[in-house]
Ligand binder design. Sequence first.
Ligand code: 5GP
Length: 243
Amino acid sequence: MAMEEIRRGEMLYEGKAKQLYTCNLPDCYVMFYKDDATAFDGKKKAKISGKGALNNAISAIFFEMLQQAGVPTHHVRKLSENESLVRKVDLFPLEVIVRNLVAGSMAKRLGLQEGTPLRHPTVEFDYKSDPLGDPLVTEEQVAVLGWATEEEVDEMRRLALRVNDVLSADLLRRNVLLVDFKLEFGKDTDGQIVVADEISPDTCRFWDVQTHAKLDKDRFRRDMGGVEEAYQEMLHRLGGVLA
Ligand code: 5GP
C-alpha cells in the first residue's frame, strides 16, 4: 500500500535541537532535527554539521527497537534525512533519567568518580526548566505539584527501566556501554503513556566497552572535539546509514 504523502504545515514549537511542525495527518506532527548543539541549559551553543541527520537516524533505530520490544513510543517513521513523523502527545514537564554507572551530574553532586558502578539501575525525575537548570525532584513532589499522578510516575519508572533493559542489551552487543540517558514521556490522544522526544547521543551517555571512549554529547560539553565523528561511529555501530 502506498504511504500517504506527508505535507509539513506551520511550526508549532522550536526547541534547542528540534522543531515541531503540524502536518496533513490530524494526530501527527513532523519533528525536524537541527544541527544546533547546546549544553548547560542553552548557555553553550554551536552548530555541528550533520548532527541533525545523525540524531534523526539514530533515534529512529532506537524507537523501532523499542516498538519491537513492545514499548510504546511516539515514533511513526523516519520521513527524510532530518525529519520524522511522530504521534501527537501531551508531554509531562519532566525529564526521566536512568543511570547504570555514575557519571555527569551524579558524579559532581555526590563527589564520586565517573564510572563507579551502581548496584542496580536508578531512575530520577528532573523538572524540565532551563531557567532553573532542570532541578532534581522527588516522586512525591511530582505528584503533589500535579505534574503527574502517582500511577503515572510508576508507569514512567516501569517503562524507563524497560527501555534501559532493551537498549543496554542491544548496545552491549555493539560494544557500547549505556552509561545513562534521559527520556521524556507524553500521553497520546488515547491517554496511553509513551516514550517521546528523542533518544540519541544528545540525550544518552555511550562509552566504548573496552576503552570507555565517549561516543556522545559529552565530547561537545567538555570541548573534547570529534563530536560529529562520535555520532557517526554510533550510527555505524547500530548498523544504520544516513538516508
Ligand atoms: P546528567 O544529569 O548527568 O547531566 O545527565 C544524565 C543523562 O541524561 C545524560 O545522558 C544526559 O545526556 C541526559 N540529560 C540530562 N538532562 C538533559 C537535558 O536537559 N538535555 C539533554 N539533551 N540530555 C539530558
